[in-house]
Design a binder for this molecule. Sequence first.
Ligand code: PLP
Length: 347
Amino acid sequence: MDFLSEKVKNLTPYVAGTQPLGENWIKLNTNENPYPPSPKVMEALQNADIAKLRLYPDSDSRELCRAIANQLNVSPENIFCGNSSDEVLALAFQAFYSGKTNILTPDISYGFYPVWGEMYSVGFNVQPLREDFSVNIADYKNSKGVIIANPNAPTSLALSLPEIEQILRQNPDGLVLADEAYIDFARFESAVPLIKTHENLLVVRTFSKSYSLAGLRVGFAVGNPALIEGLKRVRDSFNSYPLDMLAQLGATAAIQDSKSLAKTTKRVIATRETAIARLNELGYRVLPSQANFLFMEAENAPALYQHLLGNKILVRHWNKPRINNFLRVSVGTEQEMEAFIQCVKQQ
Ligand SMILES: *Cc1c(COP(=O)(O)O)cnc(C)c1O
């Protein structure tokens, strides 16, 4: 007996990078941070009043919103918190794009966008990136919406703030969603300050990458209050308490420790630059990354992927047009990257 609905039968779900069981893997496949979160997170979780778990958490994560707003120099009414940025993005698709057509997005970007597109009946107008994987901003105009990861994944390239601003101006009637999962690793600035002048901008961020909290599942959106209210309408039609009490406590502690964030991202960026230089010396082309991962070209990418896997080094490869001769490699510790490079050399 097949109980699946027609819609679900026809879905092509997103395939996340594997979380392998067992020890001794070098895990460079999901862009996790190789360093632990701020010690303030540990402190906050250890001091949590566990008896309070009998109560529902704050539906609006007000303390966390206030802490985020303080750091970003916006008001708490500009913040919406969710159980991961994937969830915030899914709610945004429902709130702003559902049933619409001509939503512009690059041909090579985060693999979850087309899945939500199918799930929530969004019509995309896919724009090919240039040969060098850069975004041609002239392609993004007069639409009902734009979704762009900045820096982009898996390409690792980013748009500058003036370029984002031009996309906002070119789409006055469309919501522009900037997915800034990797912005803390970028040379270019975040688009957050532009929410004050552009009511069609929603910025989505996550604690998973730069804050080393992928396991806590916290993400948020920044935008004008009308957009935040729109997200709450969908949330309250789905799950009124998306963030548990511990997640709210941990993320609040993390965002307040900007020193720890700066230290960790600086370390990852330094390792990234060394790894790119080493791979270039070995003759590999690597895109100029503004994220915590490398997008490297390898003629023999599937074979290299297998060779690495055989040595317990996990990276990502997509058998997709234009990128099937590339590997995406998360930036690990210095030692992990050294092991990766040695393994690449052996092949
Ligand atoms: C990792 C990633 C996310 C998801 O982050 P979570 O908050 O862990 O769900 C969203 N967008 C992009 C582009 C990512 O790479």
